[in-house]
Ligand binder design. Structure first.
Ligand code: CMC
Length: 451
């Protein structure tokens, strides 16, 4: 194996053959991340005809799939930064569209750049009338994530030029269209389920005000959003904008690596986010709290979680954070502001008590299970009158900014190829075909089909 002079190396001995190998230990980035390349294992083999040593890592527990400059997380310290900026500072000072610009472009925008970015997104908020008709075709009780996922995939058929992913202009306009149209589709999905007329975008309003207008406006000529709700949505969108290589981002990158158009790749991300272990968790938290029903039922619920017989404590635990999720801290403060306006309710009391008990219980403490971002977001969304099954849609509307930034980075990364993992085959060895159908499916009939 080749290695640069004086560089750090991992010395390996293959006990099967006694052969010695050395693999470079690489250090990169401001935090000094160290890694080895999995391909450096490939030369390890007994005979030239062998494939070589594979690394086996189900669920990517210890595998980096890319080198990325977008989001940094330190799970032990509870740190989250976008492009180097601490999430706390962005949540306090930036707008969501400023953050979306930052994620895609690497730097915060100046006024001219911001104005042009906001203008472009604002003037692409309308969707083709056929998308509206498409949404009207769903059942009255369709889950809004199914509607969002399908309509986003359908957008691909309206913009065939988006397939030219090597053209920077096409990538830009697709990004603008997805950022602009997802809130419209989300709001239409909401109105469809409620049986309310669709409200078209109002380009005089900000991104979040317009979204709230499409959700809530009735007969008033101009919608005036509650400023506490606008601020809450801006902050929640910023917190949800990106989270490095999570399940849905990995889905967008993996599907996008086939060089399909970004609408299709983002639809894959929405599908991944829908799952209860990912974005669906905020919905699951609310259902869990409703099931618990009363503070007095909490000890029995916690016992059932700990026994492994009941459900997990939803909104707790994280693959990366092994301390308090920094987003959860911000969300908890935001919840105080929103509840000061709309009033405290029984469910928030249950949530606070659940958190208090879990944070002092050895089961959760020893496993480093802390509240994640989803523990309080559902409570805020519900106090803003969003239905429970709409929470993940709100997550998706925000996360599209991160998906697109990650997709663009992947497309421009010369090292990336189509994502195609290896496997450890554990099935049968070769065996001859044995026909088990012959009684009901005579050979003569089969032969005629096979002709
Ligand atoms: N409640 C009870 N026990 C838990 C929980 C939980 N929420 N999460 C993990 N554990 C236990 C788990 O049973 C295991 O225990 P043991 O070692 O005795 O077998 C241990 O903690 C490690 O769990 P894991 O499943 O190996 O951890 P993971 O990194 O694979 O899972 C997770 C991460 C987020 C899927 C998991 O913590 C979980 O299911 N949490 C609840 C769902 C949730 O809130 N998801 C939102 C994640 S944040 C937003 C997002 O990413 O979309």
């Amino acid at each position: 194996m080749s290695n640069a002079a004086n560089a750090d190396v991992l010395e390996l001995t293959d006990s099967r053959s006694g052969s010695q190998y050395s693999a470079p230990i690489r250090t990169e980035g401001p935090e000094g991340d160290t890694y080895m390349r999995a391909m450096d294992l490939r030369p390890i083999k007994r005979e030239a005809s062998e494939f070589g040593l594979l690394s086996y890592d189900p669920a990517f527990m210890n595998t980096a799939s890319c080198r990325s400059a977008i989001t940094f997380i330190d799970g032990d310290q509870g740190i989250l930064r976008y492009r180097g900026y601490p999430i706390e500072q962005l949540a306090e000072n930036a707008t969501f569209l400023e953050v979306a610009y930052l994620l895609r472009n690497g730097e915060l925008p100046n006024q001219t750049q911001y104005d042009s970015w906001v203008h472009d997104i604002t003037y692409h908020t309308y969707v083709h009338e056929n998308i509206r008709k498409f949404l009207e075709g769903f059942r009255y009780d369709a889950h809004p994530m199914s509607m969002l996922c399908s309509a986003t995939a359908a957008l691909s058929s309206f913009y065939p030029d988006a397939r030219d992913i090597q053209d920077p202009q096409q990538r830009y306009i697709s990004t603008i269209r997805l950022m602009a149209k997802l809130p419209t589709i989300a709001a239409f999905a909401y109105r469809h389920v409620k049986g309310l007329p669709f409200i078209y975008p109002d380009n005089d309003l900000s991104y979040t005000e317009n979204f709230l207008s499409m959700i809530a406006r009735m007969s008033e000529p101009k919608y005036e959003a509650n400023p506490v709700f606008v601020k809450a949505l801006e902050v929640l969108f910023i917190l949800h904008a990106d989270h490095e290589q999570n399940c849905s981002t990995n889905a967008v990158r993996a599907v996008g690596s086939s060089h399909v158009d970004p609408f299709s790749a983002v639809a894959a991300g929405i599908a991944a986010l829908y799952g209860p272990l990912h974005g669906g968790a905020n919905e699951a938290v609310l259902r869990m709290i409703t099931d618990i029903g009363d503070k007095k039922n909490i000890p029995a619920f916690i016992e059932s979680v700990k026994s492994g017989k009941g459900d997990r404590l939803m909104g707790f635990g994280h693959r990366v954070y092994k301390s308090y999720d920094p987003r959860a801290r911000i969300v908890k403060k935001l919840a105080d502001e929103v509840f000061a306006q709309v009033g405290m309710d029984k469910d928030l009391e249950i949530a606070l008590e659940l958190e208090r008990i879990a944070l002092s219980d050895d089961y959760f403490v020893s496993r480093k299970l802390y509240p994640n971002v989803d523990f309080y977001t559902g409570l805020i969304y519900r106090s803003m009158a969003f239905p429970t099954d709409f929470f993940t849609v709100l997550f998706a509307v925000a996360r599209v900014s991160g998906w697109l930034a990650q997709w663009e980075e992947m497309i421009l990364d010369k090292e990336q190829k189509i994502a195609r993992p290896r496997q450890i085959y554990i099935g049968h060895g070769e065996r001859p075909y044995a026909d088990g159908l012959s009684e009901k499916f005579p050979k003569a009939r089969k032969d005629s089909i096979r002709k």
